[in-house]
Design a binder for this molecule. Structure first.
Ligand code: ADP
Ligand code: MG
Length: 252
């Protein structure tokens, strides 16, 4: 479980995140939604400890995040930033292999190689595994990063807008993969989603953020509501039910 207590983050005098109190349930897909600049990425980088400076508390499985040893944390929690750029020349396989670093410090074992292969297969990049990452499309590259995170084999997976650059098929495949991971391996996925329809369809719990604050958090049924979403995005939003889930669209 991830818990935050009165979490604040400022840059200089500007408060970016204010009074953030959350209890994120385990073993679910948890979506962070909200307009640009709401503080979603800031929250995720605090939860991953990539941003260390803050006031307030963060507990990961009952232990303050500051108390975790770096190696132990890297085996517990993986984090994929919103935009990733590796300038160096690497193949797909080499980049995914970084996911094993917290376990092997760069000395790959047979077991590591197997995990790397499995992660590459999971994102359907088997045919491109020897390819340089510079020769990939944006969407393919996004999937390589996801494979790297999967190879890290952590209980918690934090993903910042991983659907960016993905076409409909690969975006859906990614969300289904995450659903499988959560169901079969009891992982906890915290994911920033731009498209609220993916949140409505795949998330079980949603944190709606606006102006550096949690506007509301709750189950998907509690958050995917016309009035709440309209307030969140400052736009009239309507819902239509399609089979067992809701589709949200702006109505102006
Ligand atoms: P979101 O991911 O919801 O779009 P962010 O967490 O990236 O929002 O940003 C929240 C706010 O914090 C924005 O107003 C942004 O300009 C500001 N911000 C983000 N990073 C920095 C930084 N390093 N220095 C100053 N302001 C920042
Ligand atoms: Mg962001």
């Amino acid at each position: 479980m991830i818990e935050t207590i009165d979490l604040h983050k400022s840059y200089g005098k500007t408060q970016i995140l204010k009074a953030c109190n959350l209890v994120l349930p385990e073993g679910k897909i948890i979506a962070l939604i909200g307009p640009n600049g709401a503080g979603k990425s800031t929250l995720l980088s605090l939860l991953s400890r990539v941003l260390g400076e803050r006031t307030g508390e963060i507990y990961l499985d009952g232990k303050e995040l500051k108390q975790w040893h770096t190696k132990e944390l890297a085996q517990k929690l993986a984090y994929l930033q919103q935009s990733n750029q590796y300038g160096v020349h690497l193949t797909v396989k080499e980049l995914v292999a970084f996911g094993r670093y917290p376990y092997n410090r760069g000395r790959q074992t047979v077991a590591d190689a197997r995990i790397i292969e499995k992660a590459i297969r999971k994102v359907s990049l088997g045919e491109l595994k020897e390819r340089s990452i510079h020769e990939l499309s944006g969407g393919q590259l996004q999937r390589v990063y996801l494979a790297m995170v999967l190879a890290q084999e952590t209980d918690y997976i934090l993903l910042d807008e991983p659907l960016n650059n993905l076409d409909l098929k690969h975006a859906t495949q990614l969300m289904r993969n995450l659903t499988d991971l959560v169901q079969s391996e009891k992982k906890t996925v915290v994911i920033v989603l731009h498209d609220i329809n993916y949140a409505a369809r795949y998330a079980e719990y949603i944190v709606a953020m606006k102006n550096g604050q949690v506007l509301r958090s709750g189950t998907t049924a509690e958050i995917i509501q016309e009035d709440l979403l309209s307030e969140l995005y400052e736009l009239p939003i309507k819902l239509v039910q399609v089979e067992d889930s809701y589709f949200c669209y702006p109505f102006t």
